[in-house]
Ligand binder design. Structure first.
Ligand code: NAP
Length: 263
């Protein structure tokens, strides 16, 4: 059978939320997929692989690669496994992220380190090892997860906000360095997207959003669209950034937030 695959994409944090939607969309677009999440979420990845097989009649190949993106050896092996099992790596989506909510004065070093480890070190490791595979092929798309909180300082989210600002710096630096190898590096910077992560923010015990209908209410009232976004909205942006025609976009952290304004 002649393969009609567009290439191989690896998505971290694909067990749920935005990562899961990106995987489903890139399968629709014709990519074979490496599906990553932490080992505890392996069943969610297996179910996702079944769902993709069900939708595409076995035309799309998937490989489940549970790994903790904060651990360098895990990321290195994850990348090598995907290249070996699926035949290459064309698109890296470093999506995995975590959040902690607390006033700055009560943010523990443990929470600070945990957030920075997943959101910054994990993204750095995914960019690093993806680039090692892509440079010899003079081709690739690297895509990270920033945030609205990576563009404006955000109360009660100091660690998270700092980590998402860092993703922007990493993304710009990597883009400049890797451009001559035909590799683009971009990030998505979502506003409020309906996932478990946002539910965690909505129920957080902080006074910030209490008079604004919680986090959901605040994001809705401050979005020009008047709505929260959906994980599929982010997946459609990733679909474009991963495509051949997006070759002239690099170093960008693209806001996708329904037009948030804080005036
Ligand atoms: P989510 O629903 O919490 O999903 C994130 C996934 O990543 C989870 O399955 C999580 O597992 C996994 N993960 C956590 N630590 C990991 C690690 N060390 N290695 C591999 N996987 C790990 O989050 P989401 O809302 O889909 O967000 C996806 C990305 O978009 C994140 O980077 C987030 O910061 C960013 N983002 C989201 C929003 C939003 O409104 N939802 C807005 C801006 C930016 P566990 O659940 O078991 O921890």
């Amino acid at each position: 059978m002649i393969s009609n695959s567009k290439g191989v994409a690896l998505i971290t944090g694909a067990g749920q939320g935005i990562g899961r939607s990106i995987a489903l969309r890139l399968a629709e677009d014709g990519f074979d997929l490496g599906l990553n999440d932490i080992p505890a979420n392996k069943d969610k990845l297996s179910q996702l692989a079944v769902d993709i097989a069900g939708k595409h009649g076995g035309q799309r190949r998937t490989h489940v690669v549970p790994a903790d993106v904060t651990v360098e050896d895990d990321v290195k092996i994850m990348m090598e496994t995907v290249v070996k099992e699926l035949g290459g790596l064309d698109v890296m989506v470093a999506n995995a992220g975590i959040i902690r909510t607390a006033p700055l004065t009560e943010t523990s070093v443990a929470d600070w380190d945990a957030v920075l480890a997943v959101n910054v070190r994990g993204t750095f490791l995914c960019y690093k090892y993806a680039a090692q595979h892509m440079i010899p092929r003079r081709k690739g798309r690297i895509i990270g997860a920033s945030s609205l909180a990576g563009k404006i300082g955000t109360p009660y989210l100091s660690a998270y906000s700092a980590s998402k600002f860092a993703v922007r710096g990493l993304t710009q630096s990597a883009a400049v360095e890797l451009g001559r190898f035909g590799i683009t590096v971009n990030a998505y910077a979502p506003g409020g997207i309906q996932t478990d992560m946002l539910a965690e923010l909505h129920t957080a015990d902080v006074e910030w959003t209490k008079n604004e209908g919680g986090f959901y209410g605040m994001m809705e009232s401050r979005a020009a669209s008047g709505t929260l976004g959906k994980a599929d909205d982010i997946a459609s942006l990733v679909s474009y950034l991963a495509s051949e025609e997006a070759h002239f976009i690099t170093g960008q952290s693209i806001s996708i937030d329904g037009g948030i304004h804080f005036d």
